[in-house]
Design a protein around this ligand. Structure first.
Ligand code: TGC
Ligand code: FAD
Length: 396
């Protein structure tokens, strides 16, 4: 067998040469999103995190819209119709800057837009999707409640019929972009089971309150949604939605983005550490020269590359139409844990500098606490995998 393609040494930034398997179009999307992230996001993100907000969410939405990443994996209605790996690469490059920025794109495209695209009427799709794809309208996705997180089936938000109208009452909690959204996709219990509703946020009775004092995902807006007698016309319901499986199928899309995003956060921490360890000197030489440091770097390389392989495999399965939701659970479960290990090691190798916002590592480390919690906690995905391999549910 010819070895003419054998490199002198593996590329420290892509040890398993995974990106060499990308098509030209996928590599182009990666480069375009990476260049945008370096130019438009990276310079400001430390300040946004410190301030605990996104200073210009509407400008950011429009910039993401122009870049073409909002609902980029959806077909029609102004969406790019990109492949699963291309969408994953966009998530990876955005989360290499900050999990909160990938979240912005995930919630808009994989949750709010996906729900309308999958379950909406033609009128709902035409009204909202082109504007959301362009970043002219911001969407949010309200499933979680103060007392219903991992167990969304216990939700108390209720939609009742009143003549031809629907009336919604309840509270949603921890809703990304809730207080800057133009439209909320709200999931509510009805006499026919759980259904989704398209709620313009200027509807009387709808209010959103921003959650303050977060110690994680600070470059992201998180809100409580309060619905008090929110009266909607009969056509506000997502006609295709039926039962808890409907919102859960949207989660698969966003979880898939996290599978890739976690690789980006891990890679960013590893890259920063490699740079730091080769330049920081103690005991007369670079700390990269110590055996204990090299062990940590080797563990990071392993985690980043194994997570990358997992993401790529799940992406290709998705493109083949062969991806099961438990494949995504495995990816979310494994890749977020891998990113957390990398971020913690990265923080320790940065010493005191590692606790500041001058370096990205602790910001990623604390963001990953949210990433491990939302879209199904580590325990929920472990139980999903356990159920898949044993056939026994241990949720209750
Ligand atoms: P269970 O009886 O198992 O299921 C009810 C129905 O749903 C179906 N189903 C799914 N369908 C599609 N995709 C999935 N992932 C599905 N999981 C279940 C299931 O087949 C069943 O269908 P049917 O036809 O038989 O009725 O429901 P359960 O009450 O036992 O709960 C199962 C569990 C725990 C796995 C589920 O509730 C769960 O995933 N909990 C975690 C909740 C969660 O992830 N919330 C995320 C909220 S959104 C968010 O966090 C956004 S963060 C922002 C960002 O992404 O950046
Ligand atoms: P709980 O469900 O109360 O869980 C607490 C602990 O109990 C966890 O460790 C959990 O794993 C464990 N646990 C629960 N059940 C079991 C079990 N059966 N077996 C073993 N352990 C169990 N939601 C939205 O709908 N839309 C959004 O846009 C959104 N954005 C978010 C943004 C941020 C910054 C955060 C932090 C959360 C967001 N969420 C959003 C909510 C998120 O999905 C929930 O926080 C998550 O599903 C967990 O729910 P919980 O916080 O109520 O924890």
């Amino acid at each position: 067998m010819s070895e003419k393609n054998r490199p002198e040494a593996p590329d420290p930034q892509d040890f398993l040469a995974l990106d060499a398997t990308l098509s030209a179009e996928e590599a182009d999307i990666r480069d375009t999103v990476r260049a945008f992230a370096d130019r438009e996001l990276r310079p400001g993100v430390g300040d946004w995190f410190e301030e605990g907000t996104l200073p210009d969410p509407r400008g950011l939405a429009r910039a993401f819209g122009k870049l073409g990443v909002l609902g980029m994996h959806l077909e029609g209605y102004g969406c790019a119709g990109a492949g699963a790996v291309s969408y994953g690469l966009a998530c990876r490059e955005l989360e290499a800057v900050d999990s909160g920025l990938r979240s912005f794109v995930s919630v808009q495209g994989s949750l709010a837009m996906f729900a309308i695209h999958r379950f909406g009427s033609e009128e709902q799709k035409n009204t909202w999707l082109p504007r959301m794809a362009a970043g002219e309208a911001i969407g949010c996705f309200g499933l979680t409640e103060p007392d219903s997180g991992s167990d969304p089936g216990s939700m108390r938000t209720r939609a009742r019929r009143d003549g031809s109208d629907w009336v919604l009452d309840g509270t949603k909690m921890w809703i990304t972009n809730g207080s800057v959204a133009d439209v909320a996709v709200v999931w509510a219990a009805t006499d026919e089971g759980v259904r989704g509703f398209v709620v313009p946020t200027d509807t009387p009775g709808f209010a959103a309150n921003t959650v303050h004092r977060k110690l994680s995902l600070r470059a992201s807006i998180t809100s409580e949604l309060v619905l008090e007698g929110v009266r909607l016309s009969g056509d506000a319901v997502l006609p295709g939605s039926s039962g808890l499986g409907s919102p859960l199928s949207c989660l698969n899309e966003a979880r898939y983005g996290i599978v890739w995003g976690a690789v980006g956060a891990a890679r960013a921490c590893y890259t920063a550490t490699l740079d730091y360890a080769t330049t920081r000197e103690q005991f007369g030489g670079p700390i990269a020269g110590f055996q204990l440091t090299q062990r940590k770097l080797a563990d990071m390389v392993l985690d980043v590359n194994q997570a990358g392989l997992t993401a790529m495999r799940i992406g290709r399965l998705k493109e083949e139409g062969a991806c099961h939701r438990n494949h995504i659970s495995l990816g979310k479960f494994g890749n977020v844990a891998a990113a957390q290990r990398v971020a913690r090691a990265a923080r320790s190798l940065h010493g005191a500098n590692g606790i500041t916002l001058e370096y990205p590592v602790m910001r990623h480390m604390v963001n990953l606490e949210t990433v491990a919690t939302y879209e199904g906690t580590e325990e929920i995905h472990a139980l999903s995998i356990g159920q898949a391999v044993t056939g026994v549910s241990a949720f209750r």
